[in-house]
Design a protein around this ligand. Sequence first.
Ligand code: TRP
Ligand code: SF4
Length: 339
Amino acid sequence: MKKKIILTGIRPTGNLHYGHLFGACQNWLKLQDEYVFYLEIADVQALTDNFHSPNKVHSNVFELTSDLLSIGIDPKKVHIFVQSQIPEIAELTVFYSNLVTMARLYRNPTVKTEIAQKKALFGNDGESVTYGFVGYPVSQAADITAFKGELVPVGEDQLPLIEQCREIVRKFNSIYGEVLKEPEPYLSKTPRIKGLDGNEKMGKSLGNAIFLVDDEETISKKVMRAVTDTQKIKKDDPANPEVCMVYYYHKLVNQENVDVVCEECKKGARGCVQCKKELIEKMNEFMKEIREKKQYYREHPEEVLRILENGTKEARSVAISTMRDVKKAMQIDYFERGE
Ligand code: TRP
Ligand code: SF4
């Protein structure tokens, strides 16, 4: 049976953290064996929010890629590519932009939420919201359809973008003929990973994230500050692990001992300091191999570059073929018609 095509993207705006790893990325590691997998480093999309910081986006393309390689994304199985280096995506974006109304874009829940966040952040009435930003769902539809993506692994917050992509595909096909593939979202079953402070979301800007590039000292400091059961004052007070972030992280990296941690905590047979130290040790164990690989890629940046270059070349050949079909359907294939 023919393998289905999976496509997903990630913005190069920072290093991977536990939220990425235990959320999306572990899912990707499984999918890479089962599907034809395109993984887009979405630098053009990152620029919609960071157009004034080209250096940040540039360096994060390499940082993010080497993070992804370090956690086990295998370039022999996954086409890792750079969005900006596939001009067909930009071309498609232009053609799709006629198929979407401004009203529909403003109604997109993801765009709506992000605009509200920007307004709150910059304290204006949205005048700084750019055309490129409002249009990014169109560009994301181009990301997906350029590679005839059938399944798109995303988090729940991205569902409105997939829906918008499906609408664009239907509209395109109804006007120009059945050329594009309507993708389906592939929701990962893993819940969102909470921050060390108990916040529902982990993020760089929230200051509650553990990054895969954090060294032992940083990990130690962060875990020592993590939120525990605030009712527990003394070392031998019984406590409730379910409200404790240290227990939450034991569940992620210390599965073999998690029942013991839970029981001892409930009985008051475990002090928080000891419990945190054990967690730190487990985290370091868990990250040992990732750190080694990351170090390797730091020392071999040319290898990361080559992987991106190859992945982009492979991906581009598919985008070129899609573009040919699209131009033919839209009757803008002037020089290939032999008239
Ligand atoms: N918008 C996605 C995010 O912020 C990243 C992304 C870019 C993406 N292009 C994509 C996701 C295509 C799925 C498909 O997480
Ligand atoms: Fe949390 Fe461990 Fe303290 Fe229990 S003993 S409250 S699980 S840190």
